[in-house]
Design a binder for this molecule. Structure first.
Ligand SMILES: N[C@@H](CCC(=O)N[C@@H](CS)C(=O)NCC(=O)O)C(=O)O
Length: 231
């Protein structure tokens, strides 16, 4: 059975949603990133980057065990393993990969930096907050343009590009975004949010989700000496 080493964050949700969509049996191994589980030897043996998610599939290519980190690589792996969630038509397949890369290189890092400076940073730096708020809005405009010409990011078919992007667009009010300003994104978001597998995926480990503001101990683990110790 596939092991998902994960936590209820947007990058974790991508893998939970894909596994639910594909109906693959999986075992969740919680990695509490606020408590420092990402630095424990068992997890570091899977990923030198000490970030969730990672997966272990005992039945990888050629029947051999495979370990993978980076959510985009995991999504491609799961799509190729099953022949689902990635279009077969080459043009649509490259569109899928293109929008997946756009999420991995743009939406994830930029939205993440906005979260950091607006919600987590102990000092509120107006330049940083404004820069990432502008990027978040710009990226929503790019998505809105694409989704006003196609049902899904890859074209007609729901794919891993949508699965990668949805968890970051979800809960827009947390980022000061009103989806009414991005009607095509709203239409797409609402359609994806209503999928039963997506509803199940975003609930994985939901009982462990932090309620309220980040604590000093969590801040130290994620942004202080623990995070940056040489390993
Ligand atoms: N590019 C990576 C990013 C993974 C990532 O940033 N994961 C966060 C949670 S969403 C994490 O594990 N953070 C732990 C930490 O910062 O120590 C991916 O997509 O898998």
């Amino acid at each position: 059975m596939i092991e998902a080493w994960t936590w209820p964050t947007p990058n974790g949700h991508k893998v939970h949603i894909a596994l639910e969509e594909l109906g693959l049996p999986y075992k969740v191994i919680p990695v509490n990133i606020g408590a420092g589980d990402q630095f424990k030897p068992g997890f570091l043996a899977l990923t030198p980057n000490h970030r969730i998610p990672a997966i272990v599939d005992p039945e990888g290519p050629g029947g051999r065990h495979i370990v993978l980190f980076e959510s985009g690589a995991i999504l491609i792996y799961l799509a190729e393993k099953t022949g689902k969630l990635m279009p077969a038509d080459p043009h649509a397949r490259y569109a899928c990969l293109q929008w997946l890369m756009f999420q991995m290189g743009g939406v994830g890092p930029m939205f993440g930096q906005w979260n950091h400076f607006a919600a987590y940073a102990p000092e509120k730096l107006p330049y940083a907050i404004e820069r990432y708020a502008n990027e978040v809005k710009r990226l929503h405009r790019v998505l809105d343009k694409r989704l006003s010409e196609a049902a899904y990011l890859a074209g007609d078919e729901y794919s891993i590009a949508d699965i990668a992007t949805f968890p970051w667009v979800r809960g827009p009010e947390r980022r000061g975004i009103d989806l009414a300003a991005y009607p095509a994104v709203k239409r797409w978001h609402d359609a994806i949010a209503a999928r039963p597998a997506v509803m199940r995926g975003v609930e994985v480990l939901s009982e462990s989700r932090r309620q309220g503001a980040i604590t000093d101990a969590e801040r130290e683990v994620m942004f202080g000496a623990t995070q940056f110790a040489a390993r």
